[in-house]
Structure formats: C-alpha cells, structure tokens
Design a protein around this ligand. Structure first.
Ligand SMILES: C=CC1=C(C)c2cc3[nH]c(cc4nc(cc5[nH]c(cc1n2)c(C)c5CCC(=O)O)C(CCC(=O)O)=C4C)c(C)c3C=C
Ligand SMILES: [Fe+2]
Ligand SMILES: [Fe+2]
Length: 364
C-alpha cells in the first residue's frame, strides 16, 4: 500500500484549522452529457439508492441513464445563471462569507473551503489542497441541517475513503446535523419574517423537505424526525399554532414509497380544503437549487393554482444571508472550542529553522 504524504513538508509551515463545507453537487453544465456524468456518480452511491448492486446497475445503466439526463438537463437550463448552477455559486458565497466571519476571531489560523459530494469541486481535491497547505485540524460541515445516511452519512464516506489513502490524518470533527441548533432555527424564522414584512402572512405555511424512501425511516434513519423537529422549532419561534403550518416531502425518485405527505399531492388537495393562500419554505435546503427554484418555485405553484389555489409564494432558502452565515459561524466556533489555535506559535517560529536543518540532515 502506498500511502500519500506531503513531499513539500516544512517545519516552518504554520498549522491551521480547516473548515470544509459541502453540499450535494450539481452538473458542470445543463446539457445531457454533463447530466449523465453527474447522475451516474450520484445514483451509483449505495447510500443513496439501497437496491442490490447488480440489479441497480442494470436499471441505472439500462433505463435511467438513457432517459433522465436529457429530461433533467432541460430542467437545469431553466435555473442556470451567468454564475453557473445556483447550488454551486450559493455554496461558494457561503464559504467566502464564512471565511470572513471566522477571520474576525481567528485571523488566518482558520481556512474555509467548499466542496461537493458529487461532481466538482471534488472533496478529494479540496482536502488535498487543505491538508498540504498545513491544515492539521479539520471540521467537516455538510450543509444538510437534517441528518440522513443518504446525504450527511455519504459525505462522511467520501472523507473516509480519501483518508484511507493518506499517511498523515488531521484531528477531525464532523457536524452530522444542526436541525435543532438555535442559530439555524432563528435564521429560518428571520428569513420567513422578512418575507412576511414584504408580502404578508399566508393562510398556511408549508415546510417542504427533500424526501427519502420510507424504508430508510423504518430502518433507523433519523431524517424524518429531525425534519419534524426543525418545523416545530421554526413554527414556535414564529408563534404559529399547529394548524398554521404543515411538513411535507418533495422530489420523489423512483416507484417505491417515500416519506409522506408528498408536497405535490398536498398542494393539489389544499384548495379543496379551503386553503387558497400559501407560502412554501424549504428548511432542509441550505441553498437554492433545482429542487427549490424549479420544483417548488414553478412546478408546484402550477399544481396549486390549477387545483384552485389563489396565492402562492416560495420563500428563498437561507443561501448566504447574514443570519445564515452567523449561524454557521457560531456552529463552527462551538466545534473549535478545546482546539488551541496558534498554540506555542512564538516558540514554533523560533525553533522552526533549527528543526528544519535537522530534518534536512535526516532526509538528505
Ligand atoms: C437536502 C437533502 C437531500 C436529500 C435527503 C436527498 C435525497 C435524495 N435525492 C435523490 C435523487 C436526486 N436528487 C437530486 C437533486 C438534489 N437533491 C438535493 C438534496 C437532497 N437529496 C439537492 C440539493 C439537489 C439539487 C442539486 C442541484 O444541482 O441543484 C437529483 C438530480 C436532479 C434530477 O435529475 O431530478 C436526483 C436524481 C435520491 C434518490 C435521494 C434519497 C435517497
Ligand atoms: Fe436529492
Ligand atoms: Fe426534483
């Protein structure tokens, strides 16, 4: 086994704390070949689709990758911007702003980077850059507030797979979820209240989360429970009663049963129950993306209006808003407690040269 090290190691290099934020990933371009590459990597992950591998290989390659890439490319075209995919540029903005926020307390001792679980920038490339530039303590923060094995768990897998090949591993903290974190809950409530200031309150507020297959819940995945907890805490913060909001699940994929109630079915039913003025917020999406802009902003609006709904609004995700960045910074700072930064920095600098000479003798 050939473990990867760092040829350029120097004692003079300053130890750093690295914060790696991640999201799901997105295709490189809204075209069929890019979608095929992206969907192949994503849907081949056994954490995402828990179907026996041989059977799934046949379905994925024989059916899904022949049909879906073209259909999805057309959908992605409708949300694509000058800065590329919304998920990508929002995540980049979040990393830049989180870096600025943490620099206020830690200067350049802390470096923030972002990566994607699938596609680019790939986690392995970003980890390589971070570790070779002196990151010895690492915080991994997948931007999924609610834990699911399919998302947060899979992100940890990618890190672990990369670490299996490395000689020198950093100290590690993994933020598995923050569904009930007060900073996150406050940021969601503030985002909704700011929207109400401009557009007024709806009859019902819908919290729509990405679904997962129902069997993940029955097999012990905490995702469903954490989604309901986030909804309840945000609603409490907003002073809403039980009848003022609903929790639903969107973005079904495949034929099996997913978490219910389904967002699309619910919106089609609401007008017949006399509810014609709703707003939808997606607490599980830390950044706007195809699933919020197109699926909630467009597709589900049509379902609701066609069924007799009158007023429909989508409340944007937290993205890189100041309240979100503040919440993420607080979350990271809590993880940094107990990690001494700039530890023995003066002594390190004094001795670095001497140690470097010794090291030179040993290695030459
Ligand atoms: C926020 C949490 C997410 C969970 C949980 C999740 C589970 C999950 N997703 C699929 C299949 C697809 N998801 C797709 C897009 C997509 N999914 C999330 C987040 C979660 N997925 C995001 C943020 C996005 C958008 C990415 C973007 O580029 O904007 C897609 C691709 C789009 C399409 O072809 O429709 C698929 C496919 C499964 C099977 C699953 C749980 C097991
Ligand atoms: Fe998804
Ligand atoms: Fe979707």
């Amino acid at each position: 086994m050939d473990y990867r090290g760092y040829a350029g190691f120097s004692h003079a290099q300053k130890d750093k704390v690295g914060v790696l934020i991640t999201n799901l990933g997105t295709p490189d371009a809204p075209d069929t070949p890019s979608l095929r590459r992206y969907l192949k990597e994503f849907l081949s992950d056994p954490r995402v689709v828990e179907v026996p591998r041989l059977l799934w290989w046949l379905i994925l390659n024989g059916v899904i990758l022949r049909i879906r890439p073209r259909r999805s490319a057309a959908a992605y075209k409708t949300v694509w911007t000058e800065r590329g995919s919304p998920l990508l540029f929002h995540t980049k903005d979040q990393a830049d702003k989180l870096q600025q926020a943490l620099a206020q307390d830690y200067g350049d001792d802390v470096v923030v980077r972002f990566a994607m679980r699938y596609g680019s920038p790939a986690m392995a490339d970003v980890l390589d850059e971070m570790l070779s530039s002196g990151v010895r303590k690492l915080v991994l923060l997948p931007l999924y507030p609610q834990y699911s094995g399919a998302t947060s768990g899979s992100t940890f897998d990618a890190l672990a797979q990369d670490f299996l090949k490395r000689r020198w591993l950093p100290d590690l903290r993994f933020i598995s979820h923050y569904a009930d974190d007060s900073g996150y809950i406050d940021a969601c409530a503030a985002q909704i209240e700011a929207f109400w200031q401009q557009h007024g309150k709806p009859e019902k507020l819908i919290f729509s989360y990405h679904g997962v297959p129902k069997k993940y819940l029955t097999q012990g995945d905490p995702y469903h429970c954490q989604c309901h907890k986030s909804s309840r805490l945000i609603a409490e913060k907003l002073g809403l009663g039980k009848d003022d909001y609903l929790t639903t699940f969107q973005s079904r994929f495949g034929r099996e049963e997913w978490l219910k109630p389904y967002t699309d079915k619910t919106l089609q039913e609401l007008p017949s129950l006399g509810v014609t003025n709703i707003q939808v917020f997606c607490p599980g999406f830390s950044a706007d993306c195809l699933e919020t802009i197109e699926e909630i902003g467009e597709e589900n609006r049509e379902y609701f209006i066609e069924a007799g709904g009158k007023k429909y609004a989508y409340i944007p995700a937290l993205n890189a808003t100041p309240a979100h960045i503040e919440a993420l910074a607080a979350l990271v700072k809590r993880e940094l407690h107990g990690w001494q930064l700039s530890h023995h920095e003066a002594e390190r600098q004094q001795q670095a040269t001497a140690r470097e000479q010794n090291y030179g003798k040993l290695t030459n």
